[in-house]
Ligand binder design. Structure first.
Ligand SMILES: Nc1ncnc2c1ncn2[C@@H]1O[C@H](COP(=O)(O)OP(=O)(O)O)[C@@H](O)[C@H]1O
Ligand SMILES: [Mg+2]
Length: 351
């Protein structure tokens, strides 16, 4: 059997080849029961994530975007197996996670996460070096090579080891702490990194530096990213494909250029119209998004976006829109794009 040191020196091997998705999410659902009242009985549930499915291709950056509360973080926690789904499953490179498949330990070596809050993710009592070396040691790497790896990774994220190794998290800026969190995520040689609002707490100038660092590291280490943000511009900048979520469901997904140039879902169009534009040529005609999303405890029937949608018709209240084709590799959950749906703007008959 290979030593832990040898096993930890490189990523786990590619199993299914380049055409097999690195991650497949199938029907992922999380309903949080709402408890309260006299007997603390369940009174409905928060439908945080509802029947979400997508594939993550090897080597790509898939962006997930949507307003606050639409279920992005719950999706990432479900994928990380930090909570049990109500329904659905996650397949990693052809293998399930759990009994009969990958153990949680094997899975978590290959899938790492970076969160928004750079401070909360770090143990304040560990030096930067100890913090990065911690997980490899837990996985069996002896102290000396673990420390060597920590120093190599500090350099890779742009922090001079001689200057930073012995410092504590409170002695660093937010941007420097986020670089350390990225180094920690890399320490087990993962294949997939889930980045949940990784730059949302940083100043704009620092944000650009950290995004560029992430793109460089992706090349250098052959990574795949699931990049979550509420910021459309950030997602546009980093993603190959984009998935738009609304109230726990997939509203639209597709190649980044197609989705930003020709959004198919009225929600995506409204989101894009709501962002400040520097270029008057590119101002949009769609009405911008107003108000907040409805409560996920009692989401609207049929299409969840219909209560804020300029194109809503009676049919939208009675039919859950399927993910209809809107272009090559491009789908939108909108009855306008579903032939024969009965919406006045849809083609009358299914092809
Ligand atoms: N542990 C929880 N218990 C109950 N409701 C939750 C919990 N976590 C998240 N929610 C609710 O689920 C919905 C989605 O939240 P979240 O996944 O954090 O959205 P996002 O990351 O897109 O802002 C929100 O309505 C939120 O209040
Ligand atoms: Mg979130």
């Amino acid at each position: 059997m290979a030593s832990p040191q040898a096993l930890l020196s490189r990523p786990m091997p590619d199993l299914g080849g380049p055409a097999q998705p690195l991650l497949s999410v199938r029907g992922l659902t999380k309903h949080f029961p709402l408890k309260g009242g006299l007997l603390n009985r369940a009174r409905g549930s928060v439908q945080a994530v509802d029947d979400v499915s997508f594939d993550l291709r090897k080597g790509e950056t898939l962006g997930i975007v949507g307003e606050s509360g639409c279920g992005k973080s719950t999706t990432s926690r479900l994928i990380m197996a930090l909570m049990q789904p109500t329904a659905g499953e996650v397949i990693f490179d052809g293998q399930s996670v759990g009994p009969g498949g990958l153990t949680l330990k094997e899975y978590r070596r290959q899938v790492q996460m970076v969160f928004q809050d750079s401070y909360a993710s770090l143990n304040p009592r560990l030096t930067i070096e100890e913090s990065i070396a911690f997980a490899p040691q837990v996985h069996g790497l002896p102290r000396r090579p673990a420390v060597e790896r920590a120093q190599e990774l500090m350099a890779a994220v742009g922090l001079e080891p001689a200057q930073f190794a012995r410092r504590y998290p409170h002695e660093l800026s937010g941007g420097q702490r986020q670089r350390i969190n990225i180094a920690r995520a890399l320490a087990l040689r993962p294949r997939l990194i889930i980045l949940d609002e990784p730059v949302s707490a940083l100043d704009k100038s620092v944000e650009a530096q950290v995004l560029n660092l992430l793109m460089d590291l992706k090349e250098q280490y052959g990574l795949t990213y699931l990049f979550i943000s509420h910021d459309l511009n950030v997602v546009h900048y980093v993603s190959d494909r984009v998935l738009v979520m609304y109230l726990g469901r997939v509203a639209e997904f597709g190649p980044v250029d197609a989705l930003y140039e020709k959004p198919a879902h009225p929600y995506t169009a409204a989101l894009l119209a709501s962002r400040p534009s520097m270029d008057p040529e590119r101002r949009r005609s769609e009405p911008p998004l107003s108000g907040d999303p409805p409560n996920p405890v009692n989401p609207p029937s049929g299409c969840r976006f219909r209560t804020r949608c300029a194109l809503a018709e009676a049919v939208c209240a009675g039919t859950v829109p399927p993910l209809a084709e809107a272009g090559p590799g491009h789908r939108a959950a909108c009855l306008v794009h579903a032939p024969g749906s009965g919406h006045s703007k849809a083609t009358a008959h299914a092809a």
